[in-house]
Design a protein around this ligand. Structure first.
Ligand SMILES: Nc1ncnc2c1ncn2[C@@H]1O[C@H](COP(=O)(O)OP(=O)(O)OP(=O)(O)O)[C@@H](O)[C@H]1O
Ligand SMILES: [Mg+2]
Length: 244
């Protein structure tokens, strides 16, 4: 296996005639968790969309598992193993957990549905417990876990997560972070954007910091979370109290 799961080479991406992310380069190691940090409007979601192929790439290259993918449509990237959980949750709130998972299998041959659902429910037994419950009636954290499970049905090797803990209680945020760790532990590479920067850094191997669309800093998560500029801007300046 290549030592690089995803290689972003000078990516400039945005919408219409407006580049938002500029000249952004980064490499993700297989099975690692990387947090993408940045203020509101910095371009974090825009970068995730560029990797998935749902906005405009102006220039640069995107190499996924040694293949150049930047010209491929999103469904081809999905087929090659990129999973994307966008901001906001619960695609089918009026359907049961079982029905949601069935929907999540729609691109797989029917013969593989049962095994795929078996795999994700083994990873998240909670989903079996809530099997007949309408997804919209589950807690926010439970819904987020269902959304991640639906993407994992397709066995991605790279998972892009945009603010998975947004709007959740601290306890549920902890559940979501623990879930992300379990996903990485089975070998999936994770790129996560999080408003809970502190929590995300604690589960991450590396961090990328974006300011106004450009890379401002990168490094091991342990180093980034003790950097005075990061503490000041994103961690309220007092990481000592909660750092492990
Ligand atoms: N579909 C779109 N069309 C045009 N401009 C957009 C579109 N989506 C986002 N933008 C603009 O791109 C810029 C970056 O937005 P983006 O959503 O990537 O930021 P972000 O870092 O994810 O912010 P947040 O933390 O608030 O989610 C913003 O100025 C935004 O207005
Ligand atoms: Mg965003």
């Amino acid at each position: 296996m290549s030592a690089t799961a995803l290689d972003l080479v000078s990516v400039t991406a945005g919408y219409g005639d407006n580049p938002i992310v500029r000249d952004f380069s980064a490499r993700l190691r297989p099975g690692s968790i990387t947090t993408l940090i940045g203020g509101n409007g910095a371009g974090k979601s825009t970068l995730l969309r560029a990797i998935y192929g749902t906005n405009r790439l102006f220039s640069g290259r995107i190499v996924f598992r040694d293949e150049t993918i930047e010209r491929l449509p999103p469904w081809e990237r999905l087929r090659r193993g990129i999973g994307f959980v966008p901001q906001g949750r619960c695609n089918f709130p009026a359907m049961s957990v079982a029905e949601n998972l069935k929907m999540g299998c729609y691109t797989l041959p029917a013969a593989r549905h049962e095994a795929a659902i078996g795999r994700v429910t083994a990873l998240f037994p909670l989903l079996r417990e809530k099997w007949r419950i309408e997804a919209g009636n589950m807690s926010g954290g439970e819904q987020q876990i269902l959304e991640m499970a639906m993407v994992l049905l397709l066995e991605p090797s790279l998972l892009l997560l945009d603010e998975p803990s947004l709007g959740l209680s601290p306890r549920m945020q902890g559940d979501v972070f623990a879930t992300v760790q379990r996903i990485a532990a089975i070998g999936v590479t994770v790129l996560i954007v999080e408003q809970n920067v502190r929590g995300a850094l604690l589960i991450s191997d590396r961090a990328l910091v974006m300011e106004q669309g450009r890379k401002f800093m990168e490094g091991p998560a342990t180093e980034v979370r003790t950097d005075p500029r990061i503490r000041q801007a994103y961690l309220g300046g007092n990481i000592q109290q909660t750092a492990a």
